[in-house]
Design a protein around this ligand. Structure first.
Ligand SMILES: Cc1ncc(COP(=O)(O)O)c(C=O)c1O
Length: 405
């Protein structure tokens, strides 16, 4: 399908909203993206046409719903380049996927074992590893981030050693926008005998990913940033890694047999999906993947970066504007500060002009500390954003700079 921005925007009912008497310019896509009619309709259709619990019924609607649910798993597998749908565990988001990864591998961690993360991780890829530090004595090391927002690869290579058990890194930073060289990072991790985990939450929205090519052992994503619903995400895992991992939640569906004396588990991915799964959310995610896949990922990237650069060119002229993150390989995330102004005040003024951005630490406190800043404002662009919205961002930031100086 050709990339026609008006045709794309027309598919998002919410984009015609006004905020404070101004047309909405939604630039908070890294936090959560809006939903196209195709996703809304797929979920509504399922609820109004064919709905039942999955896997356990013998009646028609149970089978139909199971087919849609398992079909969504296959769509996630295809999106990520996974060899098979059985490599995909549904979770309620990226955070749960990373918690599952940490919990699942915890049985292999001994005191003194090392886990390597980066300073630009989201808290979702830090806190689960702190659990392993607190409970099993693991040691966490952080790859430093340079001034421009790139990983210090020499420091990383120097950290690797016989105690390295896990290397878990973000593919695309939700603050700096940096796209990390995950393939190279993974090669070095595997060379040290470590399990290699990738937080693909932002990357999967903005570029074509291939978990086999980057040789990730585990890879996580979330649905609501990919124009899908909340409450659904996925953990991809190589079959041998998923077999090795201990289950996280116990209950129905994740078992093979349950006795008074012991229990045996179902195969992956079901071993990790206790109870009734997020059926409608998974079907909504499947619809989002179908919807997004009709557009060329290269064309989406080009469009988003054109909007990003247009905004940046205008913002650079504003006195006191500071861009946070200027890596040569980056996606359309524009974190910034205005000298002397608090990011929250900037975001509140922008809202008066209908421009929605996020402000704060973006769940990356170690990154903020490493850069010696408290917070940032952040405009993050998606498939439906326009050059006009970039102009409106610049206009509103100019006003904020005037009011707050
Ligand atoms: C890089 C990254 N990882 C993980 C997450 C967590 O995603 P979720 O809140 O959907 O679990 C986010 C959300 O902002 C993110 O940007």
């Amino acid at each position: 399908m050709t990339f026609n921005i008006d045709e794309i925007r027309a598919q998002f009912p919410i984009l015609s909203r006004e905020i404070n008497g101004k047309p909405l310019a939604y630039l908070d896509n890294a936090a959560s993206a809006q939903k196209p009619r195709a996703v809304i309709d797929a979920m509504t259709h399922q609820m109004s046409h064919s709905f039942a619990n999955v896997h356990r019924g013998l009646h028609t609607m149970a089978n139909e719903t199971t087919e849609e649910f398992e079909g969504a798993r296959a769509k996630v597998a295809k999106l990520l380049g996974a060899p098979d749908a059985s490599n995909i565990v549904f979770t309620k988001g990226a955070s749960e996927a990373l918690n599952l990864a940490a919990y699942g591998l915890a049985g292999e961690i001994e005191a003194g074992d090392e886990i390597i993360l980066t300073q630009m991780e989201h808290h979702s890829n830090i806190v689960p590893w702190h659990f392993l530090r607190e409970r099993y004595g693991a040691v966490i090391k952080f790859i430093p981030v340079t001034e421009r927002g790139e990983l210090d690869m020499d420091a990383y290579k120097a950290m690797l050693g016989p105690k390295t058990k896990i290397v878990s890194v973000v593919y695309m930073s939700n603050v700096l926008g940096t796209v990390n060289p995950v393939k190279e990072i993974g090669k070095w991790a595997h060379g040290a005998g470590a399990t290699f985990i990738v937080d693909g939450t932002q990357a999967v929205v903005h570029r074509r990913v291939d978990v086999v090519d980057i040789d990730a052992d585990l890879f996580c994503m979330t649905g609501h940033k990919l124009y899908g619903p909340t409450g659904i995400g996925a953990l991809y895992g190589k079959a041998e890694i998923l077999d090795r991992m201990q289950p996280f939640n116990g209950g129905g569906e994740m078992i093979e047999d349950v006795y008074e004396t012991h229990v045996t588990y179902n195969d992956a991915p079901h071993k990790f999906e206790a109870g009734t799964p997020p059926i409608l959310q998974a079907i909504g995610l499947g619809a989002a993947i179908d919807w997004l896949s009709q557009y060329d990922s290269g064309a989406i990237h080009q469009h988003e970066m054109a909007v990003y650069h247009h905004a940046l060119d205008g913002l650079r002229d504003i006195d006191g504007f500071e861009l946070i993150g200027d890596a040569p390989e980056k996606g359309a995330v524009l974190a910034f500060n205005l000298k002397g102004a608090h990011a929250h005040d900037v975001a509140q003024i922008l809202d008066k002009y209908g421009v929605a951005v996020r402000a704060g630490q973006h769940c990356t406190q170690p990154l903020m500390e490493a850069r010696g800043i408290h917070s940032t404002a952040r405009a993050s662009f998606g498939i439906y954003n326009t050059l006009d919205e970039a102009d409106r961002l610049v206009h509103a930031v100019k006003k904020a700079a005037t009011f707050l100086s």
